[in-house]
Design a protein around this ligand. Structure first.
Ligand SMILES: Cc1ncc(COP(=O)(O)O)c(C=O)c1O
Length: 349
């Protein structure tokens, strides 16, 4: 995993990038309807956003099929991940999570002095749910499952996670399911863990407008959880104060713009196809992805590889997975994927 200092130097102001494929951003968004709503709302920037937040919250509650007291709105799902980590590990305990996993919640939990019990993904890149169940003990405050997973882009079957939640999610142990990339799956409604929350299980689901909706820089996300969990959040943080009215109005317009969402899903699938074909032609073996990014092993250390790619105007990420170097590339527009494939050939083939 690259150091923070190194990451900063690569993320910060690289306007010369011809293909920015390093943060799983949507290359098409936000939706034109969301942009319009944002522009129209800018003139109301002198007013607080509580009404807009209430409206988005009820819209999301209806969309998820739960009552409003299950929905925590947030400036990006990162906020939900961090708040849950802080709340759960204030008094110690351990976190069971996969290796490799998306690190945001884990990083905050470890900073709160949680013990991270790592459970390696299986050889087919799914969560090892039996292994995770065995790792749970009486000090386990939370299990974190990212599905589909980042950085691998791989899927753990929904039915297996549901079974796991029914056995593991109790008053003492929350199962946190990060569904940032859910919409890229063919049938998101069949894959989400929200029905478990309706069953009364102590499950928290995090969702975001940063991916399919293309609103990463506008910061809107939400958590679905039991009302009693939401009460605990409300006891610490003043709900809605970190939200921004323009983004709330943009999110509402985007939720209604299913045409844009479909375009974004189809465009991502086309980019995946183009990238897999191109990578295979060059002799690489991409891990089958269900998301807007994919990983593949590279025969070069991460840092020199990234430096070489950046010098060609291509931003990607490198990960050490099970002691091997991998490149993670986000899906961009067709021309960006071509630029990436050409640079890759020059650097590695
Ligand atoms: C798995 C996962 N969860 C959460 C996030 C955070 O997204 P945001 O805070 O923009 O909603 C990301 C961002 O890339 C992610 O990959």
């Amino acid at each position: 995993m690259p150091s923070l200092e190194w990451e900063r130097s690569h993320y910060s102001a690289r306007p010369e990038l011809k293909a920015r494929l390093l943060a799983n951003e949507n290359p098409w968004g936000p939706s034109p309807k969301a942009r319009l709503a944002i522009m129209e709302t800018a003139k109301e920037g002198n007013r607080y956003q509580h009404e807009a937040a209430m409206n988005l919250r009820s819209m999301i509650a209806a969309f998820e099929g739960v009552s409003e007291d299950h929905i925590l709105l947030a400036p990006g799902s990162s906020d939900v991940l961090e708040k849950m980590a802080i709340m759960h590990f204030m008094n110690g305990g351990n976190l069971v999570a996969a290796d490799p996993a998306y690190m945001s919640l884990i990083k905050t939990a470890v900073a709160m002095k949680a013990d991270w019990k790592k459970v390696r993904l299986t050889d087919s890149w799914a969560h090892d749910l039996d292994g995770m169940k065995k790792a749970v003990d009486r000090n386990t405050k939370m299990v974190y499952i990212c599905n589909p997973n980042n950085p691998t882009g791989t899927l753990t079957p929904a039915e297996d996670i549901k079974k796991f939640c029914r056995e593991v999610a109790t008053n003492d142990t929350t199962v946190f399911v990060d569904e940032a990339y859910l919409e890229f799956l063919p049938d998101p409604k069949a894959q989400t863990m929200v029905p478990l929350i309706k069953e009364g299980k102590n499950v928290v689901v995090a969702r975001t407008f940063s991916k399919v909706h293309g609103m990463a820089g506008l910061r809107i996300g939400y958590g679905v959880m039991l009302p009693e969990m939401l009460e605990k959040v409300d006891a610490i943080w003043r709900g809605n104060m970190s939200l921004c009215k323009t983004s709330l109005m943009g999110a509402m317009a985007s939720l209604e713009d299913t045409e844009f969402q479909q375009m974004s899903i189809k465009g991502t699938a086309a980019a995946r196809k183009q990238t897999v074909t191109g990578l295979k032609k060059l002799g690489f073996s991409p891990v089958p992805s269900h998301t807007s990014f994919m990983v593949f092993p590279i025969a070069m250390a991460g840092k020199p590889f990234l430096d070489a790619m950046f010098s060609k105007g291509v931003g990607v990420r490198a990960f050490d997975i099970f002691g091997k170097d991998y490149c993670r590339v986000s899906m961009g527009k067709p021309e960006e994927m071509d630029i990436f494939l050409t640079a890759l050939e020059e650097v590695l083939v």
